[in-house]
Design a protein around this ligand. Structure first.
Ligand SMILES: Cc1ncc(COP(=O)(O)O)c(C=O)c1O
Length: 380
């Protein structure tokens, strides 16, 4: 098997599990997403081993396929949900799974339904959201989303959400005044975070809020450390155990002993549990560059590549590699997967495989221009 690397970065050899997925995919029509049930079951176990006393709430947005939710619920995961659609999916997977809602801005009708549907607590980051929750779900438990440094992340989530320390404390006090239960804090270090120190910095910010709230008579108990745990692609990532060690030390140094810690992983639970397969549909030479067009692109599965996210790619073709622009099938010129992929000579009909593509692929995929999202298949 010939491995190729986007951005010419060297990465370790394809794992036996990936080779097995490629072999098992030969009869599937492209584009497809082939999910490895064994790996999917293993991921929550690995997280639990690294964070033994933490509650794990799968961020449904990463991949909301019903079978994936069922497997993760079966492994004891709760769900982090943000919408009526995600509430329905989570409840269909497991009517009793614990639920939280960490998107700080939610639709009023969703808040009402989610409260009846058993959501334990809601994230907030504005007085406006607090008032909305007080109206729609009187007495509900809330936690504040903090603004934290996302610079270690490949898919940053700062700016749109989160508040600074003083504002967070004010919100917790205001929550109590509105008859809500101010429970704790949450943050997100950014998705695919490659710096374990980011969790330490975010926990330091969380501790400032906990201490400040305590001085104003609000004693917090719920500490969400969000998602962001990375999956291997083309760059180095810290091992999960290294992140866990940083987190455990930071919590031991800064927080009271009885604190309920929760995680909201999306990518780390599903990312490396699936292979995305595509076919070459065309080739062209334009202004001195070779272009290769696939039946999957930005709009039907590889959305994250528009922000420079790079996947490891394999192909069964052999021969010397040269740099090509790898593009999706739609007429839109945004639909470029990689500006420079080192690939062997490919022919129309050849397959290419995007490794560890289980997260934020299917979930974003549309039917734009008539190109279907990947069909989903499972192997044990
Ligand atoms: C509130 C919240 N929690 C958790 C996640 C999951 O993040 P990740 O997939 O990086 O683990 C996200 C991702 O956008 C999020 O917005």
């Amino acid at each position: 098997m010939n491995r190729v690397y986007l951005e010419h970065r060297e990465v370790p050899a394809v794992s036996p599990a990936t080779a097995r997925l490629i072999e098992r995919s030969h009869d599937l029509e492209t584009p497809f997403l082939l999910v490895d049930r064994t790996r999917l079951r293993d991921n929550p176990r690995r997280l639990r081993a690294a964070f033994p006393s933490a509650g794990v709430y799968y961020a449904v947005k990463a991949n909301p396929h019903p079978e994936i939710l069922r497997i993760l619920a079966d492994e004891g995961c709760g769900f982090e949900i943000s919408s009526d659609g995600e509430l329905d999916l989570a409840r269909a997977a497991d009517p009793r799974a614990p639920l939280v809602s960490s998107n700080p801005v939610k639709a009023p009708a969703f808040i009402r339904r989610a409260c009846r549907g058993g959501v334990e607590a809601f994230a907030v980051d504005s007085p406006h959201e607090l008032s909305k929750i007080a109206d729609e779900a009187p007495g509900a438990a809330v936690y504040v989303r903090l603004l934290v440094d996302n610079s270690g992340s490949e898919w940053p989530l700062a700016r749109k959400y989160g508040v600074e320390t003083d504002e967070a404390i004010d919100l917790l006090v205001r929550a109590a005044d509105l008859g809500l239960q101010p429970l704790g804090t949450t943050f997100h270090v950014g998705s695919q975070c490659r710096m374990s120190a980011s969790w330490d910095a975010a926990l330091a910010r969380s501790a400032e809020v906990w201490n400040g709230a305590g001085r104003r008579g609000i004693n917090l108990t719920f500490l969400s450390i969000g998602g962001g745990f990375p999956v291997r692609h083309t760059r180095e990532i810290p091992p999960l155990d290294e992140i866990a060690e940083v987190v455990h030390q930071s919590i031991a140094d800064r927080f009271p002993p009885v604190v309920r810690v929760t995680l909201e992983p999306g990518r780390a639970l599903v990312g490396d549990a699936a292979l995305l397969g595509a076919s070459v549909i065309g080739k062209a030479r334009r202004s001195g560059e070779e272009w290769v067009y696939l039946d999957v692109g930005v709009f039907n599965g590889l959305m994250e590549t528009i922000a420079g996210f790079s996947y490891e790619v394999s192909t069964l073709a052999t021969g010397p590699r040269s740099s090509v622009v790898l593009a999706g099938p739609s007429c839109d010129s945004v639909d470029v997967i990689a500006e420079s992929a080192a690939l062997p000579e490919l022919s129309v009909g050849d397959r290419v495989y995007f490794l560890n593509a289980g997260a934020y692929t299917l979930a974003y995929a549309s039917h734009f221009n008539g190109w279907p999202p990947p069909s989903v298949h499972f192997v044990d």
